[in-house]
Design a protein around this ligand. Structure first.
Ligand code: NAD
Length: 367
């Protein structure tokens, strides 16, 4: 099986889906690796590093002409879909539920689509879970970005000139990114509070030394570990529960997402007016519409002295670690779907079933 590692075409993307070390492992498994020239450059991996480990460096056109499977991080652009051939396998994140047009287009070319973001969140698939590996790094980066934009430090400081009180950090959404944000903010010395619709996150917050803000009296529930959409009643109760902490916070990080939907609004215009001038809000849900009404994706806006950061593609800012972990996730997946160097897509396997979105002219998952 020939696998091609493509150069990302998304503007500002610094990551690469497969690093030279993982290319070596894939070749060791019996795969032939083609690498698009320049694929690793933004992550500081040169073509010669890939070539020395056995990859063949090709143009994008030649990758499409020769490969059985093509791998990248971001969804394909339309030119890529047009280049696909019957029977070829496209592997990347696609977020099929909100990108059914991409799925239809790939399917109409007779190609197959393996969507990495759709890998089921089961124990056996943890090593392939690109959402977790990237969200973990993004959670760290959000705290660092927030700290950089703040005009105060995180830890308590006792000096001859007086005592500096620790920063207060409030985190909305305690999934993978939120948990790493709590851990990072705690390590830097902040006092951390967090809230989530899933009550099971209370213990996780407390185990990291944070205080959990409970929204009492209204249940939202979850499905397969993911949050369901919160009701207006929950939203009202949540406002009451968090507003005092919001007014005191130096840094707010919002991470709340509901699969297949626009991100829920957790900090509206009225609530942001409660925040202190000088405070910073990092909205990690900016690309899904934002958790704050003032968020503009990709921009930092100032409102009444509060900075609102519309965080976009934070893992790309940590491309060394992000590429390394993404590549390991891809390697683990290849061990499942090409164990002896040849593609074996077992549709009875839960992981394949969840993430093979279309194949042989058939769409298996719809929005
Ligand atoms: P996510 O990115 O989908 O959402 C982030 C967080 O926002 C979630 O914790 C969610 O509950 C919360 N949220 C949604 N609406 C909210 C609202 N209105 N108010 C407050 N919070 C809200 O989540 P994720 O990081 O992808 O994690 C989703 C689930 O998957 C979690 O249960 C996580 O533990 C689980 N998970 C399992 C595995 C595995 O077993 N392989 C791996 C990773 C994650």
């Amino acid at each position: 099986m020939k696998i091609a590692i493509l150069k990302e075409s998304r503007a500002g993307e610094n990551r690469v889906s497969v690093t030279p070390t993982v290319v070596k492992s894939l070749i060791g498994m019996g795969l032939t690796c083609l690498v698009e020239s320049g694929a690793g450059v933004a992550s500081h991996y040169s073509d010669s590093e890939y070539a020395e480990l056995g990859a063949s460096i090709e143009s994008r056109i030649d990758c499409f002409a020769q490969a059985d499977a093509l791998v990248q991080i971001n969804p394909p652009i339309s030119e890529d879909i047009q280049r696909l051939k019957v029977g070829q396998l496209w592997i990347s994140m696609v977020y099929h539920r909100s990108n059914m047009d991409v799925v239809e287009a790939i399917n109409s070319k007779g190609a197959s689509l393996f969507s990495l973001d759709a890998i089921p969140r089961i124990s056996r698939a943890q090593s392939m879970d690109v959402l977790s590996s990237q969200a973990n790094l993004a959670g760290y980066r959000a705290v660092i970005e927030g700290a950089y934009q703040m005009n105060k430090i995180f830890p308590m400081l006792m000096t001859a000139a007086g005592t500096v009180t620790p920063a207060k950090v409030l985190i909305f959404g305690v999934g993978v990114a939120g948990l790493q944000a709590i851990a990072t903010a705690k390590r830097l010395g902040a006092v951390v509070e967090a809230t989530d619709v899933r009550p099971e996150t209370k213990e996780q917050v407390q185990s990291l030394g944070g205080k959990f803000i409970e929204v009492k009296g209204v249940e939202v529930g979850s499905e397969g570990g993911y949050a369901k959409e919160a009701s207006d009643e929950y939203r009202k109760a949540q406002r009451e529960a968090v507003n005092k902490s919001l007014a005191q916070a130096d840094l707010v990080i919002t991470t709340a997402l509901v699969p297949g939907r626009k991100a829920p609004i957790l900090v509206d215009d009225e609530q942001i007016s409660l925040m202190k001038p000088g405070a910073v809000l990092v909205d990690m849900a900016a690309e899904q519409g934002g958790n704050c009404t003032k968020t503009v994706a990709g921009e930092i806006i100032e409102f009444q002295g509060i900075k609102v950061i519309g965080a976009v593609n934070m893992p790309s800012d940590l491309s060394a670690n992000a590429s390394e972990l993404f590549a390991r996730n891809v390697w683990e997946l290849m061990k499942l779907i090409a164990p002896k160097g040849e593609l074996v897509l077992d549709r009875n396997d839960e992981i394949v079933q969840g993430s093979l979105i279309c194949s042989a002219g058939e769409i298996h998952h719809r929005a």
